[in-house]
Design a protein around this ligand. Sequence first.
Ligand SMILES: [Zn+2]
Length: 616
Amino acid sequence: MRSTLFAAVLLVSVPAVAQPSYDAAPLLESLRENERARVPRQAGGPAHELPLYALTIDLDDDLSSFEVEETVWWTNRSGRSLSSVAFRIYVNAVSPSPLVTLVEGSCLDNVSCTTTMPSASALVVEPAHAIPDGGALRIRFRLRGRLQEIDPSRTTLLGQGIESLGALSGGHGSGDYGLLAQSDGVASMASFFAVLARQRAGIWEISDTSTLGDLGSDALAHVSARVRTPDGVRVVSVGVEEPPRVLGDRSETRIRAAFVRDFALVASARLEHLDRDVGGVNVRSWFVRGHDAAGARALDAAAHSMRIFSRRFGAYPWTELDVVEAPLVGGAGGVEFSSMVTVANMFYAPVEASGQGGLLGQLLGGAGASSMESRRQSMLEFVTAHEVGHQWWHAIVGSDSRAHPFEDEGLAQYSAMLYMRERYGAARASAETEQQVTAGYHMMRLMGHADAPVDQPVSAFADPITYGGIIYGKGPHLYAELRQLLGDAAFFRAIRAYVSAHRFGEAPPRSLVRSMARGPRAARVRALTARWLEETHGDEDLGQPDLGHMLGGAGGDPQLQVLQRELMRALGGAGGSGPDAEALQEMLRSLSGGAGGGTSPGLDGLLRGLLQNGAP
Ligand SMILES: [Zn+2]
């Protein structure tokens, strides 16, 4: 309801320029044909009212620096007049020093604006006149950035295990997963340009109370990009990539992405790919040359995940899904984006090629190498399934990943458990759940952190160990319990109804369990929900930590029992002073034979427990 006076005030504040708009039709080609009409409806408005980020990205010859020219089309859909528009360059919020700098910011279409940077990760654009609800603005930024150089030894399983231990003793900040980094000729770029800040109650959020987990606004947008690289470099990204066009000794890849919540790319001359059609979706696995076996395994896991999740949760909307090996650090197993996921290259290098050996290898005798390799393969599969699960839990069904991180992470983790069960049966699924989910909770308890409620904002978690143990290790079990209580038919019917209700929207935190709390079992659904999301029964429900078991069933092996005791001692920090990270690092180094690379299956389990604590 709008009064005449209000309308008159609005008229005065509207700048005298044509409303900038763009043609969304070409972008929609990144959606499957039968999705192009319904996705805009589900997202709640015409496609051309979503923000569009038009990017021209120039990567230098050694993939170590870049320039971006960015134009943002923005329509004020906040329901109120706004005097400023705020943007974030999220990578600057998590990197120790800013990686991206603003060269220039201005408004187009004869609108005069001032641009200020209250912090390295925040940009505030203030036009001369407030923008009324429904008003539009076009903003241009020129940015310059550099990619963090990551030593390849840091991206191995052992390297990441040691780094996680270092983080325990407070040596390393959390949240930096190698979002904007280059390692061994592979560039990984995420959170590197200016995106609209999140709005809470009409206020732009220009700083973060915590940098744990995934930063980002969760909001939908379109991206149109041209990425210029040295010729021969392949660019894999969110959305659909056209084949590169050669421009002299450079080449350009054009990209279109519609209704995405983020944009990221991986670029390298060393990337190869394997493709598989899954019900009309092109599933593509990209991997570094030489990692063919892991690349094929990632493809297989992604294709089966696509098939299982499409059937159980509902249709996947984009024409393709890219699964890309990337040099992730900070303990991340993978990172999700809309229509693309990255998986850490620590899961791709074959065990025999990584200087495997050392004390634990000897302890395990001849059976060691093959079982090590099979553990690593399981982790690759589990992480791939988790990240593909995020296509439903976050990309398709949006949620507030800062206020309620359990929503998307719990369901992504449960999706990976479901993948294991549907592919390999209940026995294997239960073992994988123990090692890849519950171990995170047990590791947290071993390190002396208390159980905590699952549904809390990211900022309520004091450290990555607790965040990982509670959100990834404990929360997902709720869904297995609910499935058992409701039976398959009712459980999956409720999940599909939840997806339909919130497709390309934002799901409130209790929407799914509320839809399950119907009929005679309603009270028990509510009780289970409270038990797992709000209360602290982790020790009763998940049992006591058993490091021997986590070490791969050390059983009666006396030498492994010694190792177990030593690790316990180090983890317990003898006297409650916290884990003795230095002692652990030393132990891990000696166990692995010194050089970065291979680890034992038991050590893999241990490392996985540690790594999970930072895995997005
Ligand atoms: Zn995740």
